[in-house]
Write a protein that binds this ligand. Structure first.
Ligand code: G1P
Length: 293
């Protein structure tokens, strides 16, 4: 039985696609409805049983650390005013003391390098990796689905979440080759980071949720730069697949690429429509706007 206690959140990216919004605040703090992106993803990890949250940050990202700490003055004021619901929102978002760790990626060398920067905090055990650009909407979170699926697999198995992507967008992703299938799981036969559509091994793209074995750190330590001149996680995973079982998992749910403006907008609309306290008003407002367009 595979136990996944720790999760890595790479949050060092510059967020240039959201300038000027991300000039002074990290892109991971942009809200989808009323929770920052990073909090949606941390909540998904917590639902999957994660106990230790490891953030790989960079310069100008310290508000992420503040977000996962107490805000003492705010709590005192809310208390004095009897704002119980707001206080509950704050305490729900707070990781237990000592369960959040922060380290810095000192240079922007790529996702593979960011993950490697967490090696001392993870140690030698399997771990989850969640990219906060991607939100997955489903009644059971994507990582929880993967942790469930991992229980039927070898103790040294690795898993990436994948989904179908149309040919015109496939070159933005890591893409997997598909081997033997059992339900939503299949053996991976290859992996390519950002292939041309004509060279992609399938139409299944890696979606930003991973369960990986610690051996990935040994491979990342020597991984040469790949696509875009960056140290690519996908290249190290391909090397890992030569030593350990590697699976793709077609998750249930709808994904939003919040690294793009349209994906971020879509996430806001979809999450508002899914909120019992907002759905009716959100729908009416959107319909009115579409009627005018
Ligand atoms: C990263 C990964 C890629 C994956 C994607 C999912 O790319 O390198 O394999 O498909 O996230 O969002 P990035 O979006 O950082 O370019």
């Amino acid at each position: 039985m595979m136990r996944i206690r720790k999760a890595i959140f790479p949050v060092a990216g510059l967020g240039t696609r959201f300038l000027p919004a991300t000039k002074a605040i990290p892109k991971e703090m942009l809200p989808v409805v009323d929770r920052p992106l990073i909090q949606h993803v941390v909540d998904e990890a917590r639902e999957a049983g994660i106990e230790h949250f490891i953030f790989v940050t960079g310069r100008n990202k310290s508000v992420i650390e503040d977000h996962f700490d107490r805000q003492f003055e705010l709590e005192v004021t809310l208390n004095e005013r009897g704002k119980k619901a707001e206080l509950a929102l704050l305490s729900d978002a707070l990781p237990a003391a000592g369960t959040a760790s922060f380290t810095r990626q000192q240079s922007p060398l790529g996702l593979g390098h960011a993950v490697w920067c967490a090696r001392e905090l993870v140690g030698r055990e399997p771990f989850a990796l969640l990219l906060p650009d991607v939100l997955v909407q489903h009644e059971r979170g994507c990582l929880a689905q993967m942790v469930d699926a991992a229980q039927q697999l070898e103790a040294n198995a690795n898993i990436v979440a994948v989904e179908k992507v149309p040919p015109e967008r496939i070159s933005s992703y890591g893409v997997v080759g598909v081997g033997q299938r059992t339900g939503q799981l299949f053996r991976i036969t290859g992996m390519v980071e950002k292939p041309k559509a004509s060279e992609a091994p399938s139409d299944l793209a890696i979606t930003g949720r991973y369960i990986l074995q610690p051996r990935i750190f040994d491979l990342l330590a020597h991984q040469a730069a790949g696509a875009g001149g960056e140290i690519q996680l996908t290249d190290a995973m391909l090397a890992l697949a030569r030593h350990e079982p590697f699976y793709g998992y077609e998750f249930q749910g709808r994904s939003f690429d919040c690294g793009s403006k349209i994906g971020f907008l879509a996430a806001n609309v979809a999450y508002a429509l899914a909120r019992p306290d907002m759905a009716r008003e959100a729908r009416a407002t959107i319909e009115a706007l579409l009627g005018e367009a």
